[in-house]
Design a protein around this ligand. Structure first.
Ligand code: TPP
Ligand code: MG
Length: 196
């Protein structure tokens, strides 16, 4: 069996494993099912869900990381989102916020809109991040490896980029049941006010 073959974990399990590691870290989640799954698995005031706009979670996460340099900031992203906002990888690589960890759940499809294929199978997003200047870059396929690398990257000086190959499976979860202004205010308080 080639190393790139084998059964992949679902994005929901992968997101759940990351969220379990967290304490007061700030998290920005991209639009679509990643936000829905994160909300269903572990909603917390430190989570900001980008409801609607695609490709911008990384820019929001970068802004939060720069505004709150003492806080660890995670971006939970999708391959389609990263491809749409690829310029932000360059900005993060150039600005190098030490407190930023960018995790990309790569299912090689626009899963939230019906599994249309993306081009992430051809364009290695981890290599793009490396070339852009992220300090630590890893690519994982197993849940154990994800937990190991995420733990390490939470301690390391960033920016770090963790590409997680996941299956196309999406959990049958509802929409994020928060009004965006209230969710934003809750996040702002959690970001400025420190530990919750
Ligand atoms: C500008 C824009 N274009 C298209 C959409 C529709 N849309 C919402 S989520 C999504 C797919 C996102 O793909 P990816 O980041 O790979 O996440 P996945 O759904 O696969 O987890 C698309 C196309 C949108 N919300 N905004
Ligand atoms: Mg995808």
């Amino acid at each position: 069996m080639r190393p790139e073959e084998g059964v992949l974990t679902s994005r929901s399990r992968a997101i759940g494993a990351v969220l379990e590691l967290l304490h007061d870290e700030l998290v920005v989640v991209c639009n679509g099912f990643p936000s829905r799954e994160a909300y269903a698995l572990r909603d917390r005031p430190q989570n900001f869900y980008m409801i609607g706009s695609m490709g911008v979670a990384s820019a929001i996460g970068l802004g939060v990381a720069l505004a709150q340099p003492q806080r660890k900031v995670l971006i939970l992203d999708g391959d389609g989102n990263v491809l749409m906002g690829m310029g932000t990888l360059a900005t993060i690589g150039a600005v190098k916020p030490k407190n930023l960890l960018h995790i990309v759940f790569d299912n090689e499809v626009y899963g939230s809109t019906g599994n249309q294929p993306t081009i992430s199978q051809v364009v290695r997003l981890d290599q793009v991040a490396k070339a852009a200047g992220y300090r630590n870059v890893e690519r994982v396929r197993e849940l154990d490896d994800l937990v190991y690398e995420a733990k390490a990257m939470l301690k390391q000086e960033g920016p770090s980029f963790l590409l997680v190959k996941v299956s196309e499976l999406a959990e049958d979860v509802g929409r994020v049941a928060l009004e965006p202004p209230a969710m934003t205010e809750r996040f702002r308080k959690a970001a400025v006010g420190g530990t919750a």
